[in-house]
Design a binder for this molecule. Structure first.
Ligand SMILES: [Zn+2]
Length: 329
């Protein structure tokens, strides 16, 4: 469990405005549930939303559109030092949230607010809870303290227990449009003194599956160059210029989940553009879609496939898809 330095002021993301207005409305009407489940694709700003909602709840003099940004509470939130705000996240990136972290959070929920208002807990994310941590969380959800608000972030990666879902008010968080995401990236990068050409931004966003926050993380990581290579490899495999085997070799250090997502993104792109041109869709598209879904399920159910064979099978499917489509036209 960590008091979190990133919980501060930031403008509401343009693609979350509808959800933000909904939040303000239910809050003003006194209908905000103890737990709000924010579900949506990872890397699209759910944490930013939770941060702004927490700041609004804790603010001493809220404005009509959210926290004032100037009161003692707002300054404490911005400094990551508000005693009534806690963020529970995995101790290590990519790992599960431990039961100890959730228990510490539960203890926090049971106490009185230090500053006499709301107590706010952000759990990022419920996709990353161990079984024991899930059970500990359920207890908190069943008996939350007075004036406690819990924001549960859910990336849609894993299936969420119905017992958790049923104890929460649910809010579906959207993907931005390409224009919104590119504009946001442009502004965000300019603010930190970086600039990329428009088509570079579009390419980066495509590599990030259309998710702007993930695009930022990619920009800072070593995976960007490799993902770019995979992207080219997928095109080359589709054209028959590269073997699926050689493609799998290029992808060998990438997380398997990212490879499946990359293929899903490419496939939905093709399906969408064919549908937009009112072209018929070969059944092979849907069969391959199923293959990708099954691969994802395998990874989610803690399956531990051989990485090389796993990737080869997916890329072989990708090549066969192109052959079947060409033969059918
Ligand atoms: Zn304030």
């Amino acid at each position: 469990m960590a008091r979190h330095g990133e919980l501060g002021r930031a403008p509401i993301l343009p693609w979350q405005e509808t959800q933000w207005r909904w939040f303000l409305r239910v809050l003003d009407a006194g209908r905000l549930a103890h737990a709000l489940l924010l579900s949506g694709p990872e890397g699209t700003g759910k944490q930013t939303f939770a941060r702004l909602a927490a700041a609004r709840l804790l603010c001493r003099a809220p404005a009509p559109n959210g926290a004032c940004g100037d009161c003692k509470s707002c300054l404490l939130v911005e400094a990551g030092a508000h005693p009534d705000l806690v963020l529970a996240s995995p101790e290590e990136a990519g790992k599960a949230i431990s039961v100890d972290t959730v228990r510490a959070t539960t203890a926090f929920a049971g106490k009185k607010a230090m500053l006499g208002g709301w107590r706010v807990i952000v759990i990022n994310s419920v996709d990353a809870l161990t079984i024991n941590a899930t059970n500990a969380l359920l207890k908190t959800l069943e008996e939350p303290g007075e004036d406690t608000a819990i924001f549960l972030l859910h990336h849609d990666r894993g299936r969420l227990l119905a017992t958790i879902r049923s104890r929460c008010q649910q809010l579906a968080m959207p993907m931005p449009s390409t224009t919104q995401a590119v504009d946001w990236l442009h502004t965000h990068l300019a603010a930190v003194g970086k600039s990329l050409e428009h088509d570079e931004l579009e390419r980066l966003l495509a590599l990030a599956g259309g998710r702007p926050q993930r695009a930022l993380r990619l920009l800072e990581s070593e995976q960007l160059a490799q993902l770019g290579k995979i992207e080219q490899a997928l095109t080359a495999i589709a054209r028959g210029e590269l073997s699926p085997l050689a493609g799998a070799d290029l992808a060998k250090n990438l997380p398997l989940y990212d490879i499946v997502e990359r293929l899903q993104y490419r496939l939905t792109g093709v399906i969408k553009s064919r549908a937009a041109r009112r072209e018929s869709l070969h059944p092979a598209y849907f069969l391959y879609f199923d293959q990708l879904l099954a691969a994802k399920q395998n990874l989610l159910s803690q399956g531990n496939p051989n990485p090389q064979l796993f990737t080869e099978a997916l890329l072989l499917g990708w090549r066969q898809l192109q052959q079947q489509v060409q033969a059918g036209n």
